[in-house]
Write a protein that binds this ligand. Structure first.
Ligand SMILES: N[C@@H](CCC(=O)N[C@@H](CS)C(=O)NCC(=O)O)C(=O)O
Length: 200
């Protein structure tokens, strides 16, 4: 299998952390690309019509895309149990919450790095950050006991989302008002899988 990826992508990092945690690193060759909405990489486009990473190229079927599809596939492939049946809907909902943090944070990154200064829209930026803030508050209030349970894909996604906030939006100080989540993340970030996949 080949994984189209980029070092800075939190969505791709979910896949890398899963591969490390489940001993599947050697099953996947990583193809690193640089892609943006305004300058899509041709290899990404060939694998995913939406031109987004990650994408997983398989020998026995069409390329898979959307990180949640890839992680679910690799979890099944390695029989890893990161989507446990007994907690499936909780895992999927928390993973979706973490992915939504990434979506809003990435849009803010594109706004800062790609959009010409005179075209930036402060109210829209504020709205994107309010999605991040709402998701952080919900996790802090409702999901801490889930986060401290056995390892699953929702925990991995949450850690990748928080790390991306540090990486690109450090100035927003996401830890403020989220003490429990910050403490949980500090511990999770020390895992070998997180260190091995840290953004470049
Ligand atoms: N829902 C997708 C989101 C993936 C995504 O937004 N990836 C970003 C990089 S972190 C990307 O490829 N952006 C290029 C674009 O939007 O055209 C997933 O979970 O894989």
């Amino acid at each position: 299998m080949k994984l189209i990826s980029a070092g800075a992508s939190p969505f791709a990092r979910k896949v890398h952390v899963l591969l490390h945690e489940t001993g599947q690193v050697d099953d996947v060759e990583v193809i690193s690309v640089m892609t943006t909405p305004v300058s899509p990489d041709p290899q990404v486009l060939a694998a995913n019509p939406l031109a987004k990473i990650p994408a997983l190229i398989r020998e026995d079927g069409p390329a898979l895309y959307d990180s949640r599809v890839i992680t679910r596939y690799l979890d099944a492939h390695g029989d890893c149990g990161l989507y446990p049946e007994a907690r499936l809907w909780e895992v999927l909902t928390l993973e979706a919450t973490a992915d939504a943090i990434m979506d809003a944070a990435i849009l803010l990154t594109y706004e800062k790095r790609l959009r010409p200064e005179e075209m930036r829209f402060a109210a829209w930026q504020k709205a994107q950050w309010s999605k991040v803030a709402g998701a952080l508050a919900a996790i802090e209030q409702r999901w801490m006991s889930h986060l401290s349970g056995p390892l699953d894909m929702a925990q991995i996604a949450t850690a990748c989302a928080l790390s991306y906030l540090d990486f690109r939006h450090d100035d927003r100080n996401w830890r403020q008002g989220h003490d429990a989540l910050a403490a949980w993340y500090k511990e999770f970030a020390a895992r070998d899988s997180m260190i091995a996949s840290a953004p470049e």
